[in-house]
Design a protein around this ligand. Structure first.
Ligand code: PLP
Ligand code: COI
Length: 362
């Protein structure tokens, strides 16, 4: 792919490595540049890297009215050799195309998506946060730009990538387990819907539940399926629990659940971790009984932004609570977290193909 570079002048852009003294918030900072490519007349074209900034959009653009928009979330890590590596970016590119299929958006070849991300990181590599636990969060996204009020797939789109040097998604990071609200009131997705895609609308639809959860001191809702029988997801994370025998259980990737790259990675690492990882449908009633009986001793959420976030407690709308184990981070969760982040940061050998070095081009 040919990329046009319209970069900020040397004076305007970062000239020294980012060295924040404060803990970095998640998703707030931006790097100097962004990647853009247009879909017009049936093809993706005009790839460019330009200064980060506002973009013009027609007031009638389909994305603003009907939400034809999808996104991805990926991370890059700086290793001790001073080089930057993206983590499983090929999986993000593949999933972007799966989301595109679900939202009737034209696919972008995986290698083009990866080149877009790597070229942008290369330009903005001084924005890499060196703080412990921080990473470069990468946000590729596609949205419909056709100016039309009819409900139909757009004839034009933009694919963009922006980046944010970020600390942990939950401000306390791995040190403090989170609380989830168990409720039958809200559902994230239904069978035959868009739940297995990263459609922007899924997140708009989750805001009300997230705000409701806060009233109970919870960070997020534990989403059940639409029959209120099975556990599906935990906010913007997959859910997991660990039995007292040390078996990790992740709810099945049914049609209303996002296929988490973090979950898939933990499953692929089970031999190395010497931990049994099983996927199955998990009945909420049985889950609650087993936590009470202390047969389930650890639980948490899995996701790129949230990494592995232990859950210490579940809340109920009647004010009741359910503590998992002793409410602290359990030994298996800690072991998985350390191994997984060890791979990401280059301290533990990564399986073949998981890390891709960002080559120096510019
Ligand atoms: N589930 C939902 C609804 C999400 O938004 C995310 C975040 O991307 C995940 C699960 C975790 O997926 P991944 O591990 O690929 O980031
Ligand atoms: C991610 O984990 O990358 C996500 O996309 C979740 C997000 C909504 C912050």
């Amino acid at each position: 792919m040919e990329i046009r570079y319209e970069l900020k002048s040397e004076k305007e852009r970062r000239s020294e490595p980012l060295q924040p003294s404060e803990p970095l918030p998640f998703g707030v900072l931006r790097t100097d540049h962004m990647f853009i490519m247009d879909y017009e007349e049936g093809e993706w074209k005009n790839a460019r890297i330009v200064p980060y900034g506002d973009i013009p959009i027609a007031p009638g653009a389909i994305t603003l009215h009907y939400g034809q928009a999808i996104f991805e979330g990926a991370k890059a890590f700086c290793h001790d050799d001073g080089e930057i590596y993206t983590f499983r970016i090929d999986k993000n590119a593949k999933r972007m195309n799966k989301s595109a299929d679900i939202l009737c958006i034209p696919n972008i070849p995986e290698e083009i998506q990866i080149e877009a991300v790597h070229s942008l990181i290369d330009v903005d590599r001084l924005w890499f946060p060196k703080q412990e636990g921080a990473s470069l969060y990468i946000r590729p996204f596609i949205f419909a730009t056709q100016d039309s009020l009819g409900v139909h797939p757009s004839s034009s789109y933009k694919f963009m990538v922006i980046m944010s040097p970020s600390g942990p998604y939950y401000p306390a990071g791995f040190t403090k387990p989170i609380k989830l609200l168990i409720t039958e009131r809200f559902h994230r997705a239904a069978p035959g819907g868009t739940g297995s895609s990263k459609a922007a609308g899924n997140y708009a639809a989750s805001l009300r539940a997230g705000e409701f959860a806060k009233k109970f001191g919870a960070s997020q809702v534990l989403y059940l399926d639409t029959t209120n029988t099975y556990i599906e997801e935990a906010g913007a994370m997959n859910h997991f629990h660990i039995t007292k025998e040390g078996e990790v259980v992740i709810p099945e990737f049914v049609d209303s659940v996002l296929r988490s790259i973090t979950s898939e990675s933990i499953m692929e690492l089970s031999d190395r971790l010497d931990i049994k990882v099983t996927q199955k449908r998990v009945k909420i009633k049985e889950f609650i009984e087993e936590v009470k009986a202390k047969n389930i001793t650890e639980a948490g959420g899995l996701g790129t932004a949230a990494v592995i976030s232990p859950v210490g407690e579940y809340a109920f709308e009647d004010g009741g609570t359910l503590v998992v184990g002793d409410g602290n981070i359990g030994p298996n969760t800690r072991k998985i977290y350390e191994y997984y982040t060890g791979i990401q940061t280059g301290k533990v050998e990564a399986p073949e193909g998981w890390l891709k070095k960002v080559e120096r081009k510019v």
